[in-house]
Design a binder for this molecule. Structure first.
Ligand code: BGC
Length: 769
């Protein structure tokens, strides 16, 4: 059931602000167009595909799938991959476009090719219907921003908006009108490679990010610049069993509703245009063919009125899941479940015409899905503000100075200082800095996963960044020393160089392909010889800071515990400007302000590890018969919300302004925060709540608010929070919302473990008057 009448959403086309009249107009135009379409043309609008590659040389076999695998496993360089691609002929599916059998293109990164296929659709197809050009824009387009996980560590919606804004503009001038983002999968398990694309482990934070991204992508600008957004992957993809990608998910309703659905609900409320169904099966039903998820929950309960696209080839994968006999049945099941568009399986276009003929699918089912897609094409001005290829405009926009500066600013705000015994920021007395580690100069790693649209030539390495910012007379030298493999050949040379240096920056972590899709890891320790090298390096007795470049929380206990390692900066994959952003932090030109949006476990065996878990009947403690592992500490290595600064903050006077409040009121608290150090710094003040007694065991803490504030030395701020009582409710195992009165503990502090606490009371309804 569509719930558009309940939605107070403004629809804007081009630069013209539109209202419900224009919305009606869009619907009328879409219906009119539909009435002139053949069945096959309608199904064409539900079909999305990318180009295909075939060998252009006799005796040379195009085997793209294997090449991608080899590249991701580090057995094939990107250059060699591209060389092989250049020996292939690309089929842009123009025949399918011309005949109206394809309504959308996926991941076409080349502007000229976008122009070509769009021209074919508009000029040569019978009804001249433009294509939706959909691309993964989760962290910028040509200018690559920090990974989404890193962005969530900024706890700063300006960072999130700037990234979406920059990606939107660069993509839009390049002909992209639809982005596959935001990625909204809550990730509680660091083994899962796609944690790097996620907004972290907390649904409240993820919800803020969802709304900020969707609005930024979709809001029309003066010149009509806007792109349709996609909330993906619906839903609970982050809960894959064992953290293994694409794996099965078995979930209670309460966790689905409390943890995994909320960010999607925020995206829907912000008016998201599309939702992508996920690869995995949830409780036995592949999400892509789940009527309960795609129709009952998404449209019925959440009020979504855009269109649903499957993940790549997820329609045909229903056969492999074992829930459809063949691809034909999969096509019927997915469409009838509420899946409007088929990404890359091409099963809809192949089988739906026949299924309609056989009466197994009704033409009105096709019409409904087709209208949803056509409406978006009208809404985003595809028919009116036809995109024109403009080389000059693209050149001036992508990777322009302003965008790179924005990426640098974002990068600084996403890095998290995990350890500092005082060696950072690097003292101005230091005259000779040695940078060690292959990752420091690995442009691909610094850009990180999901940066296919980026341009390596613009990537700033860590050595370059340091050289850009060190004062006159300070030398910066790089020695490779070690990488993520087992190779120890260069150890001695690097250790010798370390003994001569004043200060060492050792860069360790993961390459670009060690996280991301299909990149789960069972062992969360630094891969290869890295730990061994760092241990020896720490023994050199020189001030040593480790900069981590990685996609996921790693088991870095050995670095934390080693006194020879004075500082650890978690720099994630910060994108194009990584080197500059890191240098500014190391040199103290920016005071780090990132806070962890994910828990760091001591060992991979503790995963999934997250802060918002229930108490259990035997919470971990020193007593034997409590919930814990024998061989690792109970507490996380670094908790959710954690991060250091070059200054210190003191918390005091947490006061509940509403010690007793009703279900219709707000819980109000305030806390005093003071900068007790000697330099300006930003603190993320975090508010958590614990529902002490309820009909279901509730998490020990749940984030309900945060404020990022800047304080000068000695400055004090009283930070206020108001939480509507309604937000203290939760879902039961029937998916029903409950709001239960009683005692709540309220925490305000610097992270999920270090916070002040007070209690308050939500009144029973009878006590309200
Ligand atoms: C990923 C999606 C992505 C799609 C198109 C899939 O493999 O799971 O996140 O949007 O490819 O690139």
């Amino acid at each position: 059931m569509e719930k558009t009448e309940n939605r107070n959403m403004e629809v804007k086309t081009g630069s013209v602000k539109t209202d419900s009249i224009q919305k009606d107009n869009i619907k009328t135009r879409a219906r009119d167009l539909l009435s002139r379409m053949t069945l096959e043309e309608k199904i064409g609008q539900l079909s999305q595909a990318g180009s295909t590659m075939a060998s252009a040389l006799p005796g040379f076999e195009a085997d793209i799938g294997s090449w991608v695998t080899e590249m991701m496993e580090g057995r094939l360089s990107k250059e060699e991959f591209e060389r092989r691609l250049s020996m292939c002929r690309e089929d842009l599916r123009e025949e399918e476009i011309r005949s109206g059998r394809l309504g959308s293109f996926v991941n076409l990164y080349d502007d000229e090719k976008v122009a070509k296929v769009q021209k074919t659709a508009i000029q040569e197809s019978r009804l001249h219907i433009p294509l939706l050009i959909g691309v993964d824009v989760i962290r910028g387009y040509r200018t690559i921003f920090p990974t989404p996980l890193a962005q969530s560590c900024s706890f700063d919606m300006d960072v999130v908006r700037t990234c979406a804004q920059t990606g939107k503009r660069e993509a839009w001038v390049s002909g992209v009108n639809w982005v596959f983002g935001p990625m909204l999968d809550i990730a509680r398990d660091a083994r899962w490679g796609r944690i790097v694309e996620s907004p972290g482990e907390d649904p409240y934070l993820a919800g803020q990010i969802a709304a900020a991204q969707v609005k930024t992508f979709q809001e029309p600008e003066e010149d009509g610049c806007r792109v349709a957004a996609t909330a993906k992957h619906f839903v609970a993809y982050g809960a894959v069993s064992g953290g293994q990608d694409y794996n099965t998910v078995d979930l209670s309703k309460k966790i689905l509703y409390d943890i995994y659905l909320p960010p999607f609900k925020k995206a829907v409320d912000a008016g998201v245009s599309a939702v992508m169904s996920a690869f995995h099966d949830l409780d036995g039903v592949p999400c892509t063919m789940s009527r309960e998820l795609l129709t009952d929950i998404l449209r019925g309960e959440m009020g979504f009125d855009g269109f649903v696209v499957s993940d790549a080839e997820a329609v045909k994968q229903c056969v492999v899941h074992g829930t459809a006999r063949d691809e034909k049945e999969a096509a019927a099941l997915c469409l009838l479940a509420g899946g409007d568009m088929d990404m890359s399986s091409l099963d809809y276009i192949q089988y739906l015409p026949q299924l309609v003929e056989e009466g197994r699918v009704k033409e009105e089912d096709i019409d409904r899905a087709c209208l949803r897609v056509l409406e978006k094409k009208f809404e985003y001005g595809l028919f009116d503000n036809v995109w024109q290829y403009d080389e000059e405009k693209i050149r001036k926009t992508v990777l322009c100075d302003a965008h790179r500066k924005a990426a640098r600013e974002a990068g600084k705000r996403c890095a998290v200082l995990l350890k500092n015994d005082g060696i950072l920021p690097i003292s101005r007395e230091i005259k000779n800095i040695l940078v060690l580690g292959a990752l420091s100069e690995d442009k691909e790693a610094l850009m990180g996963p999901w940066s296919f649209t980026g341009n390596k030539e613009y990537q700033v390495t860590i050595t370059e960044g340091l050289r850009n910012y060190v004062p006159e007379g300070v030398s910066v030298t790089w020695v490779r020393g070690f990488d993520v493999s087992e190779d120890e050949t260069d150890f001695e040379e690097a250790l010798e160089a370390a003994r001569q240096a004043d200060f060492i920056v050792a860069v360790a972590g993961e390459t670009a392909f060690m996280s991301g899709e299909a990149s789960s890891r069972a062992d969360l320790h630094l891969a290869g010889s890295q730990e061994r090298f760092l241990k020896r390096l720490a023994g050199c007795g020189k001030p040593t800071a480790v900069v981590l470049i990685n996609g996921r929380p790693l088991a870095i206990g050995p670095l934390k515990e080693n006194p020879g390692i004075g500082a650890i900066l978690e720099a994630w994959h910060l994108g194009t400007e990584a080197g500059n952003a890191i240098a500014e932090i190391l040199l103290g030109l920016y005071n780090p302000s990132g806070r962890l949006s994910v828990t760091f476990a001591n060992e991979g065996g503790q995963e999934p590890m997250y802060y918002n878990h229930p108490n259990t009947g035997k919470p971990g403690g020193s007593f034997k018969f409590t919930s814990k592992y024998q061989d690792v500490p109970i507490r996380p290595l670094y908790p959710f919300g954690y991060g250091l600064s070059y200054t210190t903050f003191d918390y005091r006077d947490l006061v509940v302004d509403t010690p007793v409040f009703s279900a219709e009121e707000e819980l109000k608290v305030h806390v005093t925060v003071e900068n007790t150090g000697d330099r300006f710094g930003e603190e993320t003040v975090q508010l958590y709540v614990h529902d002490v007694t309820a009909s279901l065991a509730r998490p020990v803490k749940e984030l309900k608010g945060f404020r990022k504030i800047g304080l000068r030395p000695g400055e004090t701020s009283v930070v206020e929070f108001s939480v509507p009582a309604e937000e203290l409710g939760f879902y039961d195992n029937q998916g029903r919302r409950r709001l239960e009165p009683g005692t709540f503990e309220v925490f305000a502090g610097r992270n999920s473990e270090d916070a002040l606490m007070v209690s308050c009371e939500m009144r029973k309804p009878s006590e309200n008057n």
